[in-house]
Structures are given as C-alpha cells and as structure tokens.
Design a protein. Structure first.
Length: 216
C-alpha cells in the first residue's frame, strides 16, 4: 500500500443510528501514528458528533468493538485501516473528520468463505455491485454471489444477488466511503494454509493467498 505523505482531512456524513462506512485514506494522526478506534470517537467529539461505538465484521460475526459513553471507554481499541468496512453507531447526525494521507495505490482485499465486510479504495475503475461480483469471480477459487450495503437514511439492507445467471435486487454504484458485505459462496484455495484469497484487480496480489482473514 502506498500513500502520499501529505496530510489531508476526509469528511464523512454520519447519521443518527447505524452507519456502515469505510475510510478511503491511510488514517494517521499529526504525530505520524496510525489511528485507532478511540481516535475516531475522539475526532467526532471535536465537532459535537457523538459516536457511541465502532466495530467491524470478521470470521462471520461482529466483534465486540470499542465503545465510549460519558468519557468512559471500553473494548478492543483496534487499528483503523483502508479496505475494511466499519459499523459506526452515532447518537446524532454530524460530520466525522478523519485525518490521514491520500492513497496512491489500490487496496488489496482478502476474501474468505461466507460474508466479508469490506471497503473498495484506490481503483481507477468505477465499480458497481454487479461488476464487483464479476471481477471477484474472475479469480480462481473465489465465487461471489451477493453484494449488500446499508443506506442509513432508509434503515435497511439493499443488495444484488446473482444466482445461476439470474439477478435479484438492483445494481448500485460502489463508493469509497461505504462499507459493503460481499458473500463468497465458493472458496477453494490452492493450499489448506490459505485462509483467504486476495482480490486486487490490476494489482500484483490479485488471486494470491492470504495467510489470515485479513492482510492488515
């Protein structure tokens, strides 16, 4: 992963309730430290947006995540990275301002069997849910059939599923600020040591084995 060592601020519109987002930059603090879950919550407090908790999805389940309320925080203070989707629960509407560096390369995404919650960053191609499925299915050992997202304003999941050539639901554009669920129905790595297969269209890691459920 490469990035431009020039600080910038990305703004993310946060709605009251559940938000499923991803961070399309390399999140960094002013002192060159990677941002963690606590930092995201503290950044939101600077402009009056109260985030109750932040978590991510891995291994078929939501992790306990990190939560803060009334200056008391608890949980796993994990590192924030591009290429991963995050669930952010806010107590009110607001704008989240995240400092970091602009990405200058596409972000490889590891896929395992079942549901994966990811962000798509750094690609010159403008994907839709359908074309993302088609791109993933070009990789030997991976078959995807569903991409789903959570429009916060609607408060419900929406997605597209392609089964035996038939489409269900509606296609939609993939944006860099949203997190997306991608379902892998067929996962056949070349080696039993391979815990994931990496999607990196046009990149050196496309189709390579990932030795964990996340390359980060």
């Amino acid at each position: 992963i490469t990035y431009e060592k020039k600080a910038e601020i990305k703004e993310y519109n946060i709605k009251k309730g559940i938000n499923m987002i991803s961070f399309d930059l390399m999140p960094m603090s002013e002192d060159m430290e990677t941002l963690k879950a606590r930092d995201i919550i503290k950044e939101s407090e600077k402009i009056g947006t109260q985030i109750k908790y932040i978590t991510y999805f891995e291994g078929g389940r939501w992790l306990s995540g990190y939560s803060c309320l009334d200056s008391s925080c608890m949980g796993d203070n994990f590192t924030i990275v591009p290429g991963r989707g995050y669930l952010v629960y806010a107590l009110e509407n607001g704008v989240l301002r995240v400092p970091g560096y602009k990405l200058t390369s596409s972000i490889p995404v590891p896929f395992s069997s079942g549901w994966n919650f990811v962000g798509i960053h750094g690609y010159s191609k403008a994907y839709t849910a359908k074309s993302l499925i088609q791109s993933i299915n070009n990789i030997v050992g991976l078959t995807a059939d569903n991409v789903t997202w959570w429009p916060t304003s609607k408060g419900k999941y929406e997605g597209i599923q392609i089964t035996n050539g038939k489409e269900y639901g509606f296609d939609f554009p993939i944006t860099t600020s949203n997190g997306y669920f991608v379902r892998i129905t067929n996962f056949k790595p070349e080696s039993s040591d391979c815990k994931s297969i990496i999607w990196h269209e046009g990149g050196d890691l496309d189709g390579k084995c990932g030795h964990s459920r996340s390359i980060f």
